[in-house]
Design a protein around this ligand. Structure first.
Ligand code: SF4
Ligand code: SF4
Length: 172
C-alpha cells in the first residue's frame, strides 16, 4: 500500500466525528487480512463484476474499501441481505466493454492476467492506461460520473501494480 493512502486513511479516522469510540480496522492490517470484499458483498448494492472487482449499483467499479467501523446491532438500520440476484450492472450489460477494451486482453473469463497487464504497462508507460488508469475499468458504463480523474487513476494503478508485485515478490 502506498504511504500516501495509509496517511489518508489515518487522516479520515482522525477528522471524522464518529458517534463514539468505535473499533476501526483497515484493509492493509495483516496478515491475516480482514475480509473486506466479502463483508461488502453482503450488502444488496455490491456484487462481483464480470471483470472481477466489486461493482456497486450506483458507483460502478469506482469504489474502494478504506476502513471498516464495527457498529453494534442497535446502531444500524436493518438492511436486506444480498440475495445474490444481480439486478443491475453486468447482467444487463450486453456488450461488456470491460472484456474487450484491454490492449492485451488481460481480463478474460478465466480471470485477470496480471503479468500481461504489467508487462504492457512497463513497455508502454505513455499509453492511455499508463497515464490515465485502466482502460477496461474506464470502459464500464456504470457509475460514469464517479470515474477517477486521470491523475487519480494513474496513482491508484501505480499503487496497485507496486502492491501486487510486492505480494508476489516480483521484480519491477
Ligand atoms: S462493462 Fe458491463 S460487464 Fe463489464 S463490469 Fe461494467 S457492467 Fe459489468
Ligand atoms: S491497465 Fe491497461 S493493460 Fe492493464 S488490464 Fe487495464 S487496460 Fe489492460
Amino acid at each position: 500500500m502506498s504511504p500516501l493512502m495509509f496517511e489518508l486513511s489515518q487522516l479520515i479516522v482522525s477528522c471524522v466525528r464518529w458517534p463514539e469510540q468505535l473499533p476501526v480496522v483497515f484493509p492493509f492490517q495483516g496478515p491475516p487480512y480482514f475480509p473486506f470484499v466479502s463483508w461488502a458483498s453482503r450488502t444488496p448494492d455490491i456484487i462481483a463484476s464480470t471483470m472481477g472487482p466489486s461493482i456497486h449499483r450506483d458507483y460502478g467499479l469506482w469504489i474502494s474499501y478504506r476502513l471498516a467501523l464495527f457498529l453494534r446491532q442497535d446502531q444500524v438500520e436493518q438492511q436486506s441481505e444480498n440475495t445474490g440476484i444481480l439486478e443491475f450492472g453486468c447482467i444487463t450489460c450486453d456488450t461488456q466493454p470491460c472484456l474487450n477494451t484491454c490492449p492485451v486482453n488481460a481480463y478474460t473469463s478465466d480471470g485477470f492476467d496480471r503479468k500481461s497487464c504489467f508487462n504492457y504497462l512497463d513497455q508502454n508507460a505513455e499509453s492511455e492506461c499508463g497515464t490515465g488508469g485502466c482502460l477496461a475499468r474506464r470502459a464500464c458504463p456504470i457509475g460514469e460520473n464517479y470515474r477517477y480523474l486521470p491523475s487519480q487513476a494513474q496513482f491508484h494503478m501505480n499503487s496497485f501494480e507496486r502492491s501486487s508485485r510486492q505480494f508476489y515478490q516480483e521484480e519491477s
